[in-house]
Design a protein around this ligand. Structure first.
Ligand code: RNT
Ligand code: ZN
Length: 421
């Protein structure tokens, strides 16, 4: 382990190097403190939830792998999250799904869920000064077995899911009210066709009407913000997904909801980073599902790759952090699940810090002057600046392990706790 003295010295030199470029490392770290990331609870148990833990995960999504030690109940999930959060600098948010309700062993229909089933989560978040985000769960349920929910041809099925989503908005509002920060409640449905449909329009019309019914109740945006998440295809909905990008782009723009852009929900060479500036010109705001598709919407743990950096640059360069809610969405069951949270969250923060350590104004003015030579040269030189020393100092000064040391803590936790499950 590097000594505090060593880390301070390395930081002092890095600070000077950045200052020579007109970049203020202290301001960058302070700005990073103000960028909460919403950790998704579902990485902790492979999207199982506590409703009926033996239910298969449906909806055309998949967590592959059988790494031992997954959380089997809310207490276990919370202590796993506590461990992950202790290794991640800053104060963040938690993103819950309706299937993570705690109903005290009693079966509660999803349409009847209320804030009372999330009191432990609210208490846990309050203690940490964290906000909560939310998602209705429209998969892994007998009433989603046809592959359709809010766009189902049968009105009674649609009505069931409308009721569930209405209940979820109220739960979101209760989170927002209790915690003093609005909850982002995100609707994602898997509705779609495996094979070429004859009628693509009627299901989309029904989805539009269902969403409108869900949004009729007037809920203060100070407590709850609605988001809708598009998708290109899923397992079993390869030919047509009802809630496509154009559908939700139009919906979010006209109904003034947030649009959720999931990094894995587009064509394999299409990136969400390039959609942020364009869609923000027409929308109130965005929710990002930071994920990593490998050949399909595989939800791999995010690594510090070009697209993660591009997403962070779009948030930071345009100073749009107040309109962009950053959420994570990956689930890898083949590695230690606590480590997965730590790796993905720390990488997202690294990408944001890298974006903050940039002389954006100068680069933009080169671009306006068509001085592409200097722009390219500067951007490439920035890549070998002593970023690592700033990141290490950031971790140290925010009281979390520096470098790979965090992994030792996950290993001890695995031996002491996860291995006994
Ligand atoms: C699925 C969507 C959705 C889910 C979560 C569990 O493709 O990305 O966001 O991952 O609701
Ligand atoms: Zn998603």
């Amino acid at each position: 382990m590097m000594s505090e003295q060593f880390l301070n010295d390395a930081y002092r030199l890095a600070k000077e190097s950045y200052a020579a470029w007109g970049i203020d490392t202290e301001a960058a770290m302070a700005a990073l403190d103000a960028l909460p990331i919403s950790l998704h609870c579902w990485q902790g148990d492979d999207v199982t939830g506590f409703e009926a833990p033996d239910t298969a995960l449906t909806g055309g999504i998949m967590a592959t792998g059988a790494y031992p030690g997954k959380a089997r109940n809310a207490e276990e999930l919370r202590i796993d999250l506590d461990k992950a959060l202790s290794l991640i600098p800053g104060t963040h948010r938690l993103n819950l799904h309706a299937i993570y309700a705690e109903t005290g062993g009693k079966a509660v229909d999803r349409a009847d869920l209320g804030p009372e089933h999330f009191q432990n989560w609210i208490g846990w978040a309050k203690e940490k000064g964290m906000g909560l985000d939310f998602n209705p769960t429209l998969f892994s349920h007998p009433k989603s077995a046809d592959g359709f929910t809010l766009s189902h041809p049968d009105k009674s099925i649609r009505d069931y899911w409308i009721k569930h989503c209405q209940a979820c908005r109220r739960i979101g509002a209760a989170f927002g009210e209790a915690l003093g920060t609005p909850c982002v409640t995100n609707i994602w449905i898997a509705d779609g066709f495996k094979d070429v449909p004859v009628d693509r329009m009627s299901p989309r019309q029904r989805l539009m009407d269902s969403l409108d019914a869900i949004l009729t109740e007037n809920i203060s945006k100070a407590h709850n913000l609605d988001a809708v998440e598009s998708k290109l295809f899923g397992i079993g909905s390869e030919a047509c997904v009802v809630g496509s990008h154009e559908f939700y782009m139009g919906y979010a723009a006209t109904r003034k909801t947030l649009l959720c852009l999931d990094a894995g929900h587009f064509h394999p060479t299409e990136v969400i980073s390039n959609k942020i500036s364009a869609s923000l010109l027409f929308l109130e705001g965005l929710l990002l599902h930071v994920s990593r598709p490998v050949r399909w919407d595989s939800d791999h743990v995010v690594i510090l790759d070009d697209e993660l950096q591009a997403i962070a640059q779009e948030i930071v360069r345009h100073k749009q952090a107040d309109r962009i809610h950053i959420g994570l969405d990956f689930f890898d069951a083949s590695i230690n699940r606590v480590a997965a949270w730590v790796i993905g969250t720390r990488n997202t923060q690294k990408a944001l810090l890298l974006a903050l350590l940039e002389n954006t104004g100068e680069l933009a003015s080169m671009e306006r002057d068509f001085n592409y030579t200097d722009r390219l040269a500067y951007l490439e030189e920035l890549k070998s600046m002593p970023f690592g020393a700033v990141w290490d100092y950031y971790c140290m000064s925010r009281g979390v392990p520096v470098g790979r040391v965090w992994l030792d803590e996950v290993k001890s936790y695995e031996a002491a706790t996860l291995a006994k499950r």
